[in-house]
Design a protein around this ligand. Sequence first.
Ligand code: DP6
Length: 412
Amino acid sequence: MAEEKWVMMVTAQTPTNIAVIKYWGKRDEVRILPINDSISVTLDPDHLCTLTTVAVSPSFDRDRMWLNGKEISLSGSRYQNCLREIRSRGDDVEDKEKGIKIEKKDWEKLHLHIASHNNFPTAAGLASSAAGFACLVFALAKLMNVNEDPSQLSAIARQGSGSACRSLFGGFVKWNMGNKEDGSDSVAVQLVDDKHWDDLVIIIAVVSSREKERSSTSGMRESVETSLLLQHRAKEVVPERIVQMEEAIKNRDFTSFTKLTCADSNQFHAVCMDTSPPIFYMNDTSHRIISLVEKWNRSASTPEIAYTFDAGPNAVLIARNRKVAVELLQGLLYCFPPKPDTDMKSYVLGDASIVKEAGVEGELPQGIKDKIGRQDQKGEVSYFICSKAGRGPVVLQDQTQALLHPQTGLPK
Ligand code: DP6
């Protein structure tokens, strides 16, 4: 290894994902091994993603990380486990142009700088840890020339945050719970890529929340300890649902997909209620959105919208196609209008063409009013994001997007 003060770095972009069959409960807290399989859809990274730059240099004296511009500690066991696992798989790296040569054994001694940034507000409660750990592991694997496939990398990302393992792929992804004690078979696999079912449009309602919710990690621990419904769910309900969901996705069967997605979200929240003390992740606005969608689907000849809620009040709505999505957005904006001082550009983020098509000015067509029914009380939605299923992680070649300075390896 040359002794010069070089810095070598890689920048990657990784999507976030939303589960349609939920992961809730661990059988091993340290290795992060789940009690059931789960399935998710990866969200378009143009709208929701994490950008991470990882750098290595002989001049770094310790591992350091900055998250959204603020330095954070890497001492937690989840970071340490990911770093240890990925370091042990590093291989020889050579950059002849810069005269850099790193040997496999050097990775144990060399220190890393990591800078990570979400393109959506972290406080919105949109699975930022999933994209974050997936991006960390993916970027380090590229930097260290780790020769493993995305499924093997998913088993490392899983040790940062369970749901992160599903962010190593685009499209629809399954996390196999596995049954080995060491967790080596608890990996994510891609079911289909993002082109397979590209009619779907995803609208996220970021719902304001007054209270700080219990984290997924502690919430699911309490559910494992106290909820009988969770045991029943993991043993008797999810295995069959997983088979049915895989079929629905393969056949692009929206009716079955909606039935399973909504039922699984509702059962997950029922498990939270069955936990002692009970956990309430959804709030009145979340419940109003569920009612709106249920009414909408009943008024249509076949279901047109699926909903799912994670460990927070935000609604993730999956519309059958663009036509439904445009009408849905019109209905949502009617029920949850922006505050008078908020302009539409900052109230509906993501794919702007849907807002344009929705033509949000003017009176809501009677047909849509009939679908959503009376919605007297205005809810509290902070903003909406229009998105779709998206691709998996990529390395960004454009060095100007790097979050670390190419000479110093410090945040720009
Ligand atoms: C409700 O992956 O955040 O989003 O493994 O403890 O980090 P840890 O939990 P986390 O839990 C996600 C729970 C969920 C459902 C899901 O994504 O499957």
